[in-house]
Design a protein around this ligand. Structure first.
Ligand code: SF4
Length: 476
């Protein structure tokens, strides 16, 4: 039997989806990219924008029509606001949080689809997710019984804890790059963001588990690992002294990198400026495997806007962090996130954001035009910046950013850069790669055997958001 999964949203959702896939495949399903041939279809939803949620409603409406002609089980998980959850309960067969993922095999059996595992276990009451996998699934058929469960009984089970979810071994989407979740939820309550309401409060994953997952990935040959959390640098704070700090976690990763004899890069995203310590930056400077790239969301260059956003730091505090990065890790690239057209953003406030683009000279800024996110505090405020103004600010800021990224990339021309080869490039006859600082690169080669390797390229040209070079040699 086949399953199809739609993943919306951020890296956290992609990482969550890897664990969902593992559970479904252990239950006997195989992945298909064609929803028409799947017996089980689900979506990992994202509530960051209303557009994402609208997409979920459109998809479930189509899938529910398919139920007239065939047996089909549907689910939704991911970032879902309470109000949407209520509606989804009426539309989807299963609505579960990631904490409930270990219960999903039981939910599926309860819904009337005969799975290889359901048959192998006989009564279908075993909640152990390590169900084993029956190779030949051809003899298993969908149970023609109408799916009509008591949905509320499933979703209203008490939360069993995100810790169980983390123990599920993910079905990684790549052999080259991987994500490791280190915490879930957020305590910051930025006024434009719904995450604290969809994912709940911050919970840190045990450090030993994180380090074990990292070691396993490195042993398997994964070259780029990103540790993930809504606020990675507040890691451990919820454990009130019973867990190491984020800087210590980086130190342990760095020490492992030194003794492992393996070459790999570790990134983290996203830290919050409020919790950014010099110790964290010192770790990046000290350990070779901690990549020289820091993603530090600023959101606005204006203190008054930062107050309205409830970011709890000023530009002066942010400036001190950037100065520490420049001093301790001069080669580091710095990425950021910025929202333009936030409620009440005056032309002067926006000019301050233009100003920081020139001051901090980001290597990449993910710029979003503000739109109220249902459930977030600011959705109750007037969305008073006209669309055209947001658009104009977006374009001005983007072209300001590319002025500096082009200058930075130009300086790389003539230098040798170590890059990780990720796959084939859109340009015929080229491979796509990435530098340690996460600058996208490409070089001429038809040798797909290089994919997954670190190699050196001589940079020959630069565009605002990418560089091009020639292969020098294969380090391996
Ligand atoms: S720090 Fe702010 S923007 Fe980030 S997840 Fe938490 S509330 Fe949302």
């Amino acid at each position: 039997m086949k399953y199809h999964i739609v993943q919306l949203g951020c890296q956290m959702n992609i990482s969550d989806g890897e664990r969902v896939r593992k559970v479904l495949e252990d239950t006997g399903f195989t992945l298909t990219d064609k929803p028409e041939e799947a017996s089980l279809i689900g979506v990992i939803a994202c509530s960051v924008r209303q557009k994402g949620i609208d997409k979920v409603y459109n998809m479930i409406s189509t899938w529910n029509k398919w139920k007239n002609s065939r047996n089909l089980l549907t689910f939704v998980s991911g970032c879902v606001l309470p109000a949407d959850k209520e509606k989804f309960l009426k539309l989807f067969d299963m609505v579960f949080t990631m904490s409930q993922l270990p219960e999903v095999p039981d939910m599926i059996r309860q819904y009337g689809i005969v799975t290889p595992h359901g048959i192998s276990q006989g009564n279908g009451n075993d909640s152990n997710i390590n169900t084993g996998n029956i190779q030949d699934t051809t003899e298993f058929k969908l149970n023609p019984v109408k799916i009509n469960p008591d949905k509320n009984s499933l979703v209203q089970k008490p939360e069993i804890g995100i810790e169980d979810f983390w123990q599920i071994e993910p079905k990684y989407g790549s052999n080259i790059e991987a994500y490791i979740p280190i915490q879930n939820g957020c305590d910051k309550f930025c006024t434009y963001c719904a995450v604290p309401y969809t994912r709940g409060r911050e919970v840190s994953r045990p450090s030993e588990e994180i380090l074990n997952e990292l070691r396993l990935l490195v042993e398997k040959g994964v070259k780029s690992i990103t540790i993930l959390g809504q606020n990675v640098n507040s890691y451990g704070l919820d454990k009130k002294g019973n867990e190491i700090s984020f800087a210590k976690l980086l130190e342990k990763i760095g020490e492992y990198g030194n003794v492992s004899g393996k070459d790999f890069w570790v990134y983290f995203t996203s830290p919050h400026p409020r919790d950014m310590s010099v110790e964290v930056i010192e770790m990046v400077a000290k350990y070779k495997c901690l990549a020289n790239q820091i993603h530090l969301p600023v959101q606005s260059g204006d203190d008054k806007v930062l107050v309205r956003m409830n970011r709890n730091h000023s530009i002066s505090v942010y400036r001190d962090i950037v100065n520490s990065i420049r001093r301790l890790v001069p080669d580091a690239t710095i990425f950021t996130d910025i929202i333009v057209g936030f409620t009440g953003e005056t032309p002067e406030e926006f000019e301050n954001t233009i100003g920081i683009m020139g001051e901090f000279k980001y290597n990449m800024a993910y710029i979003a035009q503000y739109s109220p996110r249902p459930g977030a505090t600011s959705s109750r405020w007037a969305d008073d910046i006209p669309k055209e103004v947001k658009k104009e600010r977006y374009h001005r800021l983007t072209s300001e950013m590319t002025k500096y990224t082009q200058l930075y990339n130009n300086k790389l021309i003539g230098t040798t850069q170590k890059v990780l080869v990720r796959g084939t490039d859109r340009k015929e006859g080229y491979l796509s790669a990435i530098t340690e600082g996460r600058i996208v690169a490409r070089f001429k080669s038809n040798d797909n055997g290089l994919i997954g390797d670190f190699i050196n390229i001589l940079i020959t040209s630069a565009a605002p958001l990418s560089i091009e070079g020639e292969l020098i040699k294969n380090e391996n």
